[in-house]
Write a protein that binds this ligand. Structure first.
Ligand SMILES: C[S@@+](CC[C@H](N)C(=O)[O-])C[C@H]1O[C@@H](n2cnc3c(N)ncnc32)[C@H](O)[C@@H]1O
Length: 204
């Protein structure tokens, strides 16, 4: 995702992200890629938000010189639903949750082109589909998958669902630039959770 951002030609230099308390991705972008970006950072968990606020205050002189991030406590959907066309250069949606829980704001992102041309959407999510709203969403999208990625040639329902969803919602304007699977063992578990990272670019 960082490389995709590095390879972008954008004008606004504005990023919307889910940094959690340690904003690791944002630090990497600042140190390795570019200091030009301004951030809108969003967090819905109160404790994490408080820690984020404290860490930003302590480290803004190191990582955000002249560009103190705007912090928003609440769901990132609130920001996305109110964003203007082309407002953000990049969206870094490091949700790590299940696709079915955030598809509404993704649909809005594609339909309203809130990312500027040349910018990217990076998305991380869990491969698991557990019973609930996520299942209904995934089953519906999977049924639309009539024209591509035959079952058996793809490695699982979640991968079919995300590709089908992006192709249908993004149409000809969005290109899946990178998609890969990884294991997340941040919580110290021996066998990490199966996750997916998708990088999509707005090409026109
Ligand atoms: C995987 S962590 C992000 C890690 C971070 N990108 C980093 O590099 O250190 C995801 C964070 O986003 C928050 N989050 C998940 N979904 C959200 C949503 N819809 N709105 C706001 N915050 C959300 C979670 O509470 C969590 O703190």
């Amino acid at each position: 995702m960082v490389e995709a951002i590095h390879n972008s030609e954008t004008k606004n230099f504005k990023i919307l992200s889910l940094p959690a308390e340690h904003f690791e991705i944002e630090k990497t972008i600042y140190q390795d890629i570019s200091r030009k970006y301004r951030y809108v950072m969003c967090e819905r968990d109160e404790l994490t938000f408080d820690r984020l606020k404290r860490n930003i205050k302590k480290q803004k002189a190191k990582y955000f010189v002249g560009k103190t991030p705007s912090l928003y406590f609440g769901s990132i959907a609130d920001i996305i639903l109110n964003a203007n066309k082309g407002e953000y250069s990049h969206l870094i949606l490091d949700y790590c949750g299940q696709i079915g829980t955030f598809h509404e704001e993704l649909r809005h992102t594609f339909r309203n082109d809130i990312i500027e041309v040349g910018g990217t959407l990076s998305l991380t999510f869990n491969k698991r589909i557990t019973p609930g709203p996520s299942t209904l969403f995934c089953n519906t999208i999977d049924k639309l998958n009539t024209y591509q990625i035959p079952k058996g040639q793809d490695n699982g329902k979640t991968m079919r669902v995300i590709k089908t969803f992006i192709n249908r919602e993004g149409g000809y304007k969005y290109d899946i630039e990178n998609i890969f699977e990884y294991l997340d063992n941040n919580d110290g578990a021996k066998k990490g959770a199966a996750m997916v990272l998708v990088v999509v670019r707005r090409i026109k």
